[in-house]
Ligand binder design. Structure first.
Ligand code: HEC
Ligand code: HEC
Length: 189
């Protein structure tokens, strides 16, 4: 028979999980916190700054996971680590909900390079989604800035950024592959 202590522990965990799920992320509160972010990531979450990602239309779960990784130091970037240091967990959830709800916009890519990149995305869709629009903790790649994509793929390749399966996948790509992939992805809507 289960010990009473063990049973009440399960009961408590269930109750905690239920109450955590009941507190939904609040995009309106996120918007109120987003002014500083918009200075770099764009007013509508579409970045006009070099090597700075667009956030509009990214899955909320992905944005949240990355903000937590900057906070714990698992993902390193001095600017972003400073940005998140003062954010609470609910700030992070709310900011993620705000940017996720904004419509994504294509950054546009070099058309000649892009045609070479298309064929190389066959394996990417299995995780990043059929239209490369992302889901859950798999980021949207469609429409992202090419210079940002190139930089991140290089960081995965050099293991400067830990990205689960991405470190091995980036190893398989030459510098030309990376440029072509980024040009194709940036041009998608
Ligand atoms: C001074 C410019 C600047 C400001 C302000 C800024 N960011 Fe960033 N952000 C960046 C840069 C540059 C990167 C790319 C970092 C890297 O290379 O890993 C980034 C990356 C990110 C990422 C990862 C996106 C991805 O596709 O993986 C998220 C999420 C993010 N920022 C959210 C925010 C939020 C939320 C705020 C406001 C609290 C904010 N940023 C403020 C410059 C900025
Ligand atoms: C097995 C699943 C899987 C496959 C296949 C895969 N990815 Fe990923 N990718 C991920 C995950 C998970 C992440 C998030 C990593 C993290 O937590 O930082 C990611 C992140 C990325 C990022 C970072 C985006 C950002 O906003 O910072 C890029 C760029 C990327 N992948 C490109 C690709 C390309 C190009 C391909 C195909 C050649 C590909 N991926 C194939 C799982 C995958």
């Amino acid at each position: 028979m289960l010990k009473p202590k063990f049973v009440s522990c399960i009961f408590l965990l269930t109750a905690l999980t239920a109450s955590a799920a009941a507190v939904a992320a609040d995009p309106v509160a996120g918007k109120a916190r987003a002014a500083v972010c918009q200075g770099c990531h764009g007013a509508d979450g579409v970045s006009a700054l070099a090597k700075t990602p667009s956030l509009a239309g990214q899955p909320a779960a992905y944005l949240e996971a990355q903000l937590q990784k900057f906070k714990s130091g698992l993902r390193k970037n001095p600017t972003m680590q400073a940005m998140v240091s003062e954010l609470s967990n609910s700030d992070i959830e709310n900011l993620a909900a705000f940017f996720a709800a904004l419509p994504a916009k294509s950054a546009g890519g070099d058309p000649q390079l892009a045609s070479a990149g298309k064929a190389k995305t066959a394996m990417c869709v299995s995780c990043h989604g059929e239209n490369l629009g992302g889901h859950g903790e798999h980021p949207r790649l469609a429409g992202q800035r090419a210079d940002y994509l190139v930089e991140q793929l290089q960081k995965f390749k050099q293991r400067e950024r830990q990205g689960g399966p991405m470190n091995a996948i980036a190893q398989l790509q030459s510098a030309d592959d990376i440029n072509a992939l980024a040009a194709y992805l940036a041009g998608l809507n």
